[in-house]
Write a protein that binds this ligand. Structure first.
Ligand code: PEP
Ligand code: MG
Length: 575
């Protein structure tokens, strides 16, 4: 019996038989093309891209109707990538100019596209490089006429099978779901890649980034995949197997019990109403929000609208997207303005970026938006126009300076004047809030609160910036600690500042959806939590079991505790 660790996806457990799929890396040849064969070489590349198009369209057409809408979005994203000039045009120019073979021309341009994405500070965008790799790989396979172990060709019944392979594309994941695979484990991949997001929404337990999985796992051996703990147990003994079977039954039972809370109020034992909101990425996520009976959307990450395309979405397109969300839900929707990374590559520019600076501290989020009004203004106009159709709030990411905040507020007023002049309807009193995710904003939260209508604590970044830990760097992940006293004190300061200013304070970082912190946060005075819709009932259950008046003493003790283990024990005891 051996236990391996990777990044766990989803909260489920799967027990099944390993189905190891070896897909060795392609060997890309490099050679020169005689002058008279240049055009036929170009034609060869065109055919390979066309074939990739046909293959992806075929998969897209077979997506089951009940599959989550993201599945379609992923397939469309891959299809769109085939049209990216760095894939469809630039390699052709290179073949013509340098007389090199199609495979190597494609590789050169794909690599520069990948480098541009790798340099991006935003982890969502950075993970896009995996998608590019997958799309390019498909074209290379067509060029080389190699039949890699093709997921679509697996004839075996995959029921109770756990796929173990180097990497999976979203398309592969859809296919495997068709074939009823139970779970998957990959050597590569990050926890917020498209494939991981997809696995979560398809409710397939998975472990990604488990380097060496294909080396250690033997075909046919029994595996236990624990998505919550990020572990794979190889050839478990009978005792471990039955312990896991019991745990899985408990999880299922717990899910059934939680469903009974769907229509229950989110109130504490002492009658305080706690707002439970959803975090969404795409307008389609609104279905999950509705199913979870969320009070609204506490974080709509609009940067997803800007991905996988050569040009940013127009004001009209954004307006329709925002309007769709607000009219569908008719509950408060907090639209976060663009939180893109430290470069402009995502919206059409295609040169590779210098990463000599630290991108996490660079031109990101509101800094980038103020730097590029051409990108920001259409978004503000679209959000304001959509506010005529339902309750919308605007949320500014990564505020750190009061000057910057002043500029944003001026820009909002200017946009309102423009819209008024043009005769567009909008909500004159649209609330403007700020994400508190930089220590500077947390420390001076009272000053920010005096100029904003609400605050929302982004713990993912607040922890990163407070503890000086890159949230996407594996090497320092172990230091990422929501219970670090400095983090706890900053959170408490922000909540207090908001309360004193009489404005709502929410939390939309991952910490808000993790049940081990709910009582602590309630004890700090937090009354609005925003999280992935799937976590909502679990948090509601804890809210309903909490007596707020019993929390003040233990919370004080936690805030002054200097021993990390003791602090964790005190938090645990709150449950
Ligand atoms: C956060 O930083 O906590 C947050 C919610 O924003 P994101 O994860 O999108 O950076
Ligand atoms: Mg953030």
């Amino acid at each position: 019996m051996l236990t391996l660790h990777g990044a766990g996806i989803g909260k489920g457990i799967a027990i099944g038989t390993a189905f190891v799929l070896h897909r060795p890396a392609l060997d890309i040849p490099e050679y020169t093309i005689p002058d008279d064969q240049v055009e036929s070489e170009i034609q060869r590349l065109r055919y390979a891209i066309q074939a990739a198009h046909a293959q992806l369209s075929e998969i897209r057409d077979h997506i089951p109707e009940n599959a989550p809408s993201e599945v379609l979005a992923f397939m469309d994203a891959h299809l769109l990538m085939l049209d990216d000039p760095l894939i469809s045009k630039e390699p052709i120019k290179t073949i013509r100019k340098q007389h090199v073979n199609a495979e190597s021309a494609l590789r050169v341009h794909a690599e520069s596209l990948v480098r541009a994405f790798e340099a991006m500070e935003d982890p969502y965008l950075r993970d896009k490089k995996t998608d590019i790799d997958q799309v390019v790989n498909r074209i290379q396979e067509n060029l080389l006429n190699v039949q890699q172990a093709n997921i679509g060709d697996i004839e075996d019944d995959l029921e109770n099978k756990i796929i173990v392979t180097t990497d999976l594309t979203p398309a592969d994941t859809v296919m495997l779901k068709h074939q009823k695979m139970t779970a998957f484990v990959t050597d590569l991949g990050g926890p917020i890649s498209h494939t991981a997001i997809l696995a979560r929404s398809l409710k397939i337990p998975a472990i990604v980034g488990l380097h060496g999985a294909t080396r250690y796992v033997r075909n046919g051996e029994t595996l236990i995949v624990d998505g919550k703990r990020g572990t794979v147990i190889l050839s478990p003994d009978q005792g471990v197997l039955s312990a896991y079977e019991d745990r899985w039954n408990e999880i299922l039972q717990r899910r059934r019990e939680l469903k009974t809370l769907l229509t229950s109020e989110s109130v504490t034992k002492d009658g305080i109403r706690i707002q439970l909101m959803a975090n969404i990425e795409l307008p389609e996520d609104i279905d999950a929000t509705r199913r979870a009976h969320a009070d609204g959307v506490g974080l709509y990450r609009t940067e997803y609208l800007f991905m996988n395309r050569a040009e940013p979405p127009s004001e009209a397109e954004q307006f329709l997207a925002y309007k769709r969300v607000v009219t569908a839900l008719q509950r408060p929707i907090t639209i976060r303005t663009l939180d893109l990374g430290a470069d402009k590559q995502v919206d059409g520019g295609r040169t590779s970026v210098s990463i000599t600076t630290n991108p996490a501290l660079g031109l990101r989020a509101i800094r980038l938006c103020l730097h590029e009004p051409g990108l920001f203004k259409p978004q503000l106009r679209a959000i304001l126009r959509a506010s005529a159709y339902g309750p919308i709030m605007v949320m500014i990411p990564m505020v750190s300076s009061l000057d910057e905040l002043g500029q944003v507020l001026d820009l909002v007023e200017e946009t309102k004047r423009e819209l008024r002049r043009e005769g567009h309807a909008y909500d004159e009193d649209i609330p403007i809030g700020g994400m508190i995710e930089v220590p500077a904003a947390a420390i001076a939260a009272d000053l920010f609160a005096s100029r904003l209508d609400f605050l929302s604590i982004g713990t993912n970044d607040l922890i990163q910036y407070t503890l000086a830990i890159d949230r996407v760097d594996d090497a320092v992940n172990y230091l990422y600690d929501p219970l670090h006293p400095s983090v706890l004190r900053l959170i408490k300061m922000v909540i207090d500042a908001g309360n004193r200013a009489g404005i709502p304070v929410a939390m939309c970082g991952e910490m808000a959806g993790e049940s081990q912190y709910t009582k602590l946060l309630l004890g700090f005075g937090l009354r609005s939590f925003s999280m992935e819709p799937d976590s909502l009932l679990e948090i509601k259950k804890i809210v309903r079991e909490t007596d707020l008046s019993s929390l003040s003493d233990p919370v004080q003790e936690i805030l002054t505790c200097s021993l990390p283990n003791e602090l964790r024990r005190l938090v645990e005891k709150l449950k």
